[in-house]
Design a protein around this ligand. Structure first.
Ligand code: GAL
Length: 788
């Protein structure tokens, strides 16, 4: 057998709240409990540690069965307590606390002698892991991966059952946004022979890239965990992932001392390389095979990579594969409606797809390293990534977390720069500069192929701070033209608009509502440090040296309900809401970020009782000119102002607003917004009608309330009840309402301005999934999802 890496996500038992875990029975001992050292009866955990024949069925009642990824915070009730989290409202008014996970598992006798490890992609946060009563370790950061070698402390075959226990203490926070609680990313059980590729043991770079060939350099660290030296033959085969064909290969070998590592370096020539870019996310793979002295293959390891070049300039912006490319980015935290931070892989990919459809090409993982599956999705779908370290911290733990981010991420072609920190208070100081320099140096040593950056806000020019990174990030640099002025003063500085806009809007809301905490969607409200989307983008268009902008944020997220607090529980910064429903500003970005013709009218046209009042109508478009008509009467044609919007003040009368977009004087596009009648029916709009039958895949179903004519009712707030049958489960609901205190873990949800969302996951069984949506007074709708 060669390497296996199996999901360890299913069938955990979870207990919310603290449990005294007596892992070290005798003072002075590291841990580990033998079967004769029985502790107090009745404490299931202790019994689990000592009793070889523990039966998962004998679990006390308050343990619930969960599958990972899991976020217990999102299951809680909203509490008006401003002290929850690091800043008022930062955890979205959801309590955090302590939780304990346990999983009982078998390891076959045949696995004795192998190296067996458990890898956690991310646990929020401060987790301690015991296996069969042995303390494996504590990992504080909720954003970096960690693994433990379990080989010595496992029970093999009839030695007994194995129990892993994970205590998670999420009482303290690491950020000022919703971070969730629990084992919210995947867990993997990996088994290898004792001679194997080390953890994160390959590093693939492309030092030479031309149109006709590329040198692919592969450094492979092989670990010999035997107590005698071992001979290894390492073969690296480069495979085109699209065709599956091997395009080149290289082998070398040598002796590796006992309990040691050795790094082998190979170069493989790839002819006519297919370059990775957001438009053509072409991927290659290195297949590493390790043979022992008998020629037997003892390990096979896969590394995905891409061939591409990146260049950042002081004056002309960014070049990908030698061609200029403006960074059209969004900053994002992790969470999503219905699931908190425990995103199934499909939801991660769904979010990236939505951002891509808008024309965004860059994702800033703010302010922490991303989930590995997000990096995979960005590689695959074509989204560049600014991968960010959580803190400005050069303590041993800080460096350790930075290294985990770098080793884990450095083969991903999507990552184009490493951000060392965001808005730390030591920015602009000499002490801060020393710390930042250390982080930058560590990063350059581990990955010299990408520049370092930092997202600065507290002083760009003091203490030599900005000089400690390759690219200086300007968060909200448009304030007093700081970015433009600095470009003149520091002409050798490479700059990026690392964070911008922070414009607050609520989907489908066009008037301030301080009681319910809603911000009008016109895009005119932003904090003192922010600006309108139009200003943020125009800045870059006028100042190419800015490299691009990374808008705060792509999606609303829980916490930071600026400009309000309770009853608001989530932010308003998103271009899309927490469900991924576009707000009006989405169409602004799409109009300036894509070449697709865009024509968008706002607001809706349901203003009953306001007949004759002037309503401000706005158009986002990339046409040359737009004509607006109300009930077939022209309100005039206006020439589009590039990177801006058009506006009309229209006396309200019910009916239909029509916008006609012209290119070169030819009408190319028409959009209508009509007054909807009363709610009459439900519409279900799944993102796909066939999903994988793997217990993981998710169908994202947009739910709308429509009138009898099928027009979405933009003010509808009907509560929709979902009933599911067949091979799927409802894993969450949402509606994007920043002040809704309904639970996301439910089978019902009110619409918010016409829409809500339901997430349905395959339960692993064969067959179809039927979802029925009903609501008092509305025609019921049912859809069928196939599983394959
Ligand atoms: C930035 C900060 C973000 C978020 C944002 C809100 O300064 O980096 O985390 O707080 O402000 O506008």
């Amino acid at each position: 057998m060669v390497r296996t890496k199996n999901s360890f996500d299913t069938d955990w038992l979870f207990h919310k709240g603290d449990i005294p875990i007596r892992y070290a029975v005798k003072a002075g001992m590291t841990g580990g409990i033998t079967d004769c050292e029985k502790l107090e009866e009745g404490d299931w955990l202790d019994i689990a540690f000592v009793d070889k024949s523990v039966d998962a069925d004998s679990v006390p009642k308050d343990w619930v069965s969960v599958h990972l990824p899991h976020d217990w915070c999102i299951e809680g009730d909203y509490i008006n307590d401003p002290n929850l989290g690091s800043r008022p409202a930062s955890s979205g008014y959801l309590p955090t606390g302590i939780g304990v996970y346990v999983k009982v598992f078998d390891i076959a006798k045949a696995d004795l002698g192998k190296k067996i490890s458990l890898e956690f992609d991310g646990v929020m946060r401060n987790s301690t892991v015991w296996v069969n009563g042995h303390l494996m370790g504590t990992h504080t950061s909720g954003y970096t991966s960690f693994m433990y070698d379990l080989s010595d402390v496992l029970r093999y075959g009839d030695e007994g059952k194995n129990v892993v226990c994970v205590k998670v203490d999420a009482t303290e926070s690491e950020g000022w946004w919703y971070e969730g609680c629990g084992i919210y990313r995947h867990v993997w059980l990996t088994k290898t022979e004792r001679l194997h590729v080390a953890h994160w043991g390959t590093y693939v770079t492309t030092p030479v890239v031309t149109e006709s060939y590329s040198d692919v350099r592969i450094r492979t660290t092989v670990e010999n965990a035997y107590s005698i030296s071992a001979a290894a033959l390492v073969t690296s085969t480069v495979i085109d992932k699209q065709t599956g064909e091997a395009v080149g290969s290289f082998s070398s070998g040598g002796l590796i001392d006992s309990v040691s590592n050795r790094t082998f370096e190979h170069t493989v020539l790839v002819v006519d390389p297919k370059l990775w870019s957001p438009d053509t996310p072409h991927l290659y793979q290195v297949l590493t095979e390790i043979r022992d002295r008998d020629g037997k293959v003892v390990d096979v390891y896969e590394t995905t990579f891409g061939i591409r070049t990146i260049e950042f300039t002081t004056d002309r912006g960014f070049f990908l594969n030698g061609k200029p490319l403006i960074i059209k980015g969004t900053c994002n935290h992790q969470d999503f409606a219905g699931v908190g931070v425990a995103l199934p892989d499909r939801i991660i990919a769904y979010k990236i797809e939505l951002l891509k459809e808008m024309g965004s090409n860059t994702y800033r993982s703010a302010h922490h390293p991303a989930t590995p599956e997000l990096l995979d999705a960005c590689d695959r779908l074509g989204m560049m990534v600014i991968e960010e370290n959580r803190k400005l911290d050069s303590s041993p733990e800080g460096i350790d977390n930075l290294k985990r981010m770098l080793y884990r991420g450095r083969n991903h072609p999507s990552i184009i720069m490493w951000s060392m920190e965001n808005e730390e208070i030591l920015e602009g100081t000499v002490m801060g500069a020393r710390i930042l320099q250390t982080l930058s140096d560590v990063t350059h040593a581990i990955d010299p192929t990408r520049p370092t950056t930092a997202a600065l806000n507290h002083g760009w020019n003091g203490g030599g701070y900005a000089e400690a990174v390759d690219i200086v990030g300007y968060n909200y640099g448009q304030r007093e033209d700081q970015d433009v002025n600095d470009h003149v003063t520091y002409p050798n500085r490479i700059m990026i608009g690392s964070e911008s806009a922070s414009c607050t809007t609520t989907r489908g809301i066009y008037e301030t509502d301080e009681i319910r905490g809603y911000v009008p969607a016109y895009g005119t409200v932003y904090p003192s440090w922010g600006c309108t989307p139009e200003k943020a983008w125009s800045d870059v268009v006028q100042n190419p040296f800015l490299t691009g902008i990374v808008v705060w944020t792509g999606f609303d997220y829980r916490g930071e309900p600026t400009p309000y607090e309770w009853p608001c529980i989530n932010s308003h910064f998103g271009i899309m809401d927490t469900c991924g429903f576009p707000k009006d500003s989405y169409y602004y970005y799409k109009s300036v970020w894509t070449n697709e013709p865009v024509l968008h009218i706002m607001p809706h046209w349901n203003w009953e009782g306001r007949e004759g009042e002037l309503i401000n109508v706005r158009i986002y478009s990339n046409c040359d000119a737009v004509e607006l008509r109300l009930n077939d009467v022209s309100l005039g044609r206006q020439t589009m102002i590039p990177n801006s919007h058009l506006a009309w003040d229209v006396p309200y009368e019910s009916g239909e607003l029509t916008a006609i977009g012209y290119k070169d004087d030819v009408a190319i596009l028409e959009k209508r917004v009509a007054t909807a009648d009363a709610p009459n029916q439900i519409k279900l709009m799944p993102d796909r009608t066939t999903i994988q039958r793997d217990g993981k895949d998710v169908v994202v179903i947009r739910v709308a309330v429509a009138d009898a004519g099928g027009r979405i009712v933009p003010t509808a707030d009907n509560e929709i009840l979902f009933k599911i049958e067949g091979s799927g489960t409802i894993i969450g609901v949402g509606n994007g309402n920043p002040s809704s205190h309904e639970s996301d873990k439910s089978n019902r949800r009110k619409a918010f301005n016409g829409y809500c969302l339901v997430l349905v996951q395959s339960n692993g069984a064969a067959g179809t999934i039927n979802l029925r949506a009903s609501s008092a007074g509305l025609a019921t709708e049912t859809i069928t999802i196939e599983t394959v």
